[in-house]
Design a protein around this ligand. Structure first.
Ligand code: UDX
Length: 430
């Protein structure tokens, strides 16, 4: 199939490269000339495991190409996937200006039937709105369909997630659109949920909000555990063993971040408000996430008496492992607060240092764990990178001033840390 991807960011590029790998001819379009130049040279502007190899393999085979020319993209393709950003506005609502802009830009080049698919996360009824907008602006009576095919890719495992999804959601309004999308997803042997466009749009927002709710729920329970000396890991294990609850997304920590959960929760809240549906549950999910960061700062302060003038070694800055993404990373709020109280920060992250420089000021950066921890009054673990699990604890202990580790991601076994002579504190386990 011939596929155009409009918007070659994280979602667009992963989707395009993966579709090409399935044997489709894919043309990725982006208005950012610089990005297109980079991609044409095989350079990926962000970190995503496995993506560079996939892009190279498929550009070498001429199945994946890049352009900044909208007309070329529309004429080339049978199906057009919209993968542009929908960032939050000040009031939390999704900003649809990029989608609107693309819809306007596509319309003059529609000379025969095209299927236009929303991949970007959009508020419910955006499909309807797009349909109206394009129909109004079309000069001739050209047939087209809108469809919704939300992505559920996680940063850091996006390529793997694309090829092994739990399900594929297709929101369609015609038999033709359904047939085309089923053809695109023919290689997948997974459940396919076929529904109307509005339901598909809601599935995306509701799924992300629900996952965020699980995290906030377990974080709330972790606060109870801290107060009574229970162990959140065992509590989560006991809860997750119930098939109705499930094990995943019950890891307590310093809260969720990233480009999706905070934005999608805010947008879903706004949708509720507009439709006069109570949004208190969603607001509480957001609130608990904020409190979890404050609790962590409180924990650090309480273990050091004061953070003023203290040297803090920070391991991990990205909002989660295997990405350099710092958007809404809990590290930003936590470190900014500790700095405001007079702490001096030296940090190490395997991947996110360049991005972190754009979000947090006055941090010293180290090239490895041991350099970051040298002479530190305390070590704070803010991202659960695999390499931190394999730290040489004896070597680490020698570099520290007071063997104090405050772990925001519950990376280590408290008993083992005690055995190794550390003063070790984590989330909901002490
Ligand atoms: C999420 C969705 O999972 C994905 O389906 C959607 O397409 C995009 O948004 P992503 O933001 O990449 O993906 O990361 P995810 O792995 O879901 O983690 C989000 C945040 O939750 C991270 O900050 C992570 O550290 C945190 N988290 C996750 C927890 O604190 N505890 C958990 O148990 C799981």
């Amino acid at each position: 199939m011939k596929i155009a991807i409009i918007g070659s960011g994280h979602v667009g590029l992963v989707t395009g490269a993966c579709f090409a790998d399935l044997g489709n001819e894919v043309l990725c379009m982006d208005q950012d000339l610089n990005k297109i130049r980079l991609l044409s040279r095989g350079e990926i502007p962000f970190f995503e495991p496995g993506l560079e190899e996939l892009v190279k393999k498929n550009t070498d085979k001429n199945r994946l190409q890049f352009t900044s020319n909208m007309e070329e993209a529309i004429q080339f393709s049978e199906i057009i996937f919209l993968c542009v950003g929908t960032p939050p506005k000040e009031n939390g609502e999704a900003d649809l200006s990029a989608i609107e802009h693309v819809a306007e830009a596509i319309t003059p080049f529609l000379t025969e039937y095209r299927l236009i698919v929303e991949k970007s996360t959009v508020p419910v009824e955006t499909g309807l709105y797009l349909h109206k907008m394009i129909k109004q602006n079309l000069k001739r009576n050209i047939k087209f369909d809108i469809a919704s095919n939300p992505e559920f890719l996680r940063e850091g495992s996006a390529v793997r997630d694309f090829f092994s999804p739990d399900r594929i959601v297709l929101g369609v309004e015609s038999v033709r659109a359904k047939k085309l999308l089923l053809e695109v997803y023919k290689p997948f042997d997974v459940p396919i949920v076929i529904t109307d466009i509005q339901s598909a749009e809601i599935i995306k927002h509701a799924s992300n909000s629900f996952l965020a709710m699980k995290i906030s729920f377990i974080n709330l329970v972790s606060q109870i555990c801290s107060k009574v000396g229970a162990d959140i890991e065992r509590v989560a294990e006991g809860m997750g063993a119930d098939g109705r609850i499930g094990k995943s997304f019950l890891n307590a920590g310093i809260g969720f971040g990233g480009s999706c959960f905070p934005k999608d929760l805010a947008a879903f809240t706004r949708i509720c408000e507009k439709l006069n549906v109570p949004s208190t549950l969603l607001k509480e999910v957001i609130e608990i996430n904020e409190i979890q960061k404050i609790n962590f700062v409180n924990l650090v302060r309480s273990k050091l008496k004061t953070v003023e003038g203290k040297n803090l070694a920070v391991l991990g800055l990205a909002f989660k492992p295997d990405t350099d993404d710092m958007r809404s990373a809990p590290a930003i709020d936590i470190l900014t607060q500790l700095q405001a109280e007079g702490a001096k920060i030296k940090a190490y992250d395997p991947c996110a240092i360049d991005e972190a420089k754009k979000h947090i000021r006055d941090i010293k950066f180290s090239k490895n764990v041991y350099d970051a921890c040298k002479g530190a009054d305390a070590v704070l673990i803010l991202t659960e990178w695999r390499e931190f699990r394999d730290i040489d604890l004896k070597r680490l202990k020698k570099t520290l001033k007071d063997s104090l580790i405050i772990d925001g991601r519950n990376l280590y076994d408290p008993a083992e840390m005690k055995k190794n002579g550390f003063k070790y504190f984590s989330i909901g386990r002490n």
